[in-house]
Design a protein. Sequence first.
Length: 301
Amino acid sequence: MSSVKARAYLGPEDLFAMQRIVQREWTTSNRWHIGDLAWQRPAMPDLRIALWDDAAWAWISAPARLEMQAPAELAGAVLTWFDEETGGGEQSVTIMDSDKAVIEELTAAGYHPVDGDFSRHCHRELDETLPAPVLPAGYQVRAVRPGELAARAAVHRAAWRPKRLGAMGVPPVDLGDGESGMTTARYADIIGHWPYRSDLDQVVEAPDGSLAGSALGWIDEVNRVALLEPVGVDPQHGRLGLGAAVSLACLHAMRAAGAELAVVCPRGDAGYPVPRRLYHAVGFHDAGRTVTYRRGQGSQS
């Protein structure tokens, strides 16, 4: 099967092709959801991406890290492309721990598992056990409204400020005092791609009318599974239970849209525990996890 190689992301048709592969191959142990790719869309021009017809895709992020969606029979072809693009040296590949066929290919090619941060995939059935959101007096949760694009991007930036994220690490990490990269233009780019739906873009409105938190959902209507990605609360409104409330509101919106299962993929290691605790509190349970395999200098775990 021939590979159509792209040095950069080419356009919406390529994103849609990648999403179709994910949707067709999706199972509860899959690494990717169609919403992941829509959310990653603004970063795609900075990646080296390859498509293998309608069967597989892969991308490389700096310095030499591979992400992929490929059946077992194409795993070798993907790794060969990775070698050609990076020229050897230290290379790493992140996959699900359940992807045994790809792990065999990696092991045969000289890769070894390494310790470090990983994502824990968590699931929640969207059934009658889903509780209603509980909010402090004066706050309300609702879908984002037309004309709120700048405010929606701003509440994301407030929640995802690097200094705040570093403070939640165990131990805390100094990530500087920069800004999140979520501009209004970037958010407009994201919501312009399938499968974005404004009814799954839930926000918390503070008593003064400003936005205090947000949760974004992405539904795969074929598989009836929805991704919760991302959730955030402006720290000026922290410790009020708004993260749980907006997550539950988004889960209810997912259920109303026809989803039967929700997935969320926070970090699972002890170095960044806060998001996973939040998702457990609203009924998610741990499922699979990612693993990273490395070859070259520092590859031994």
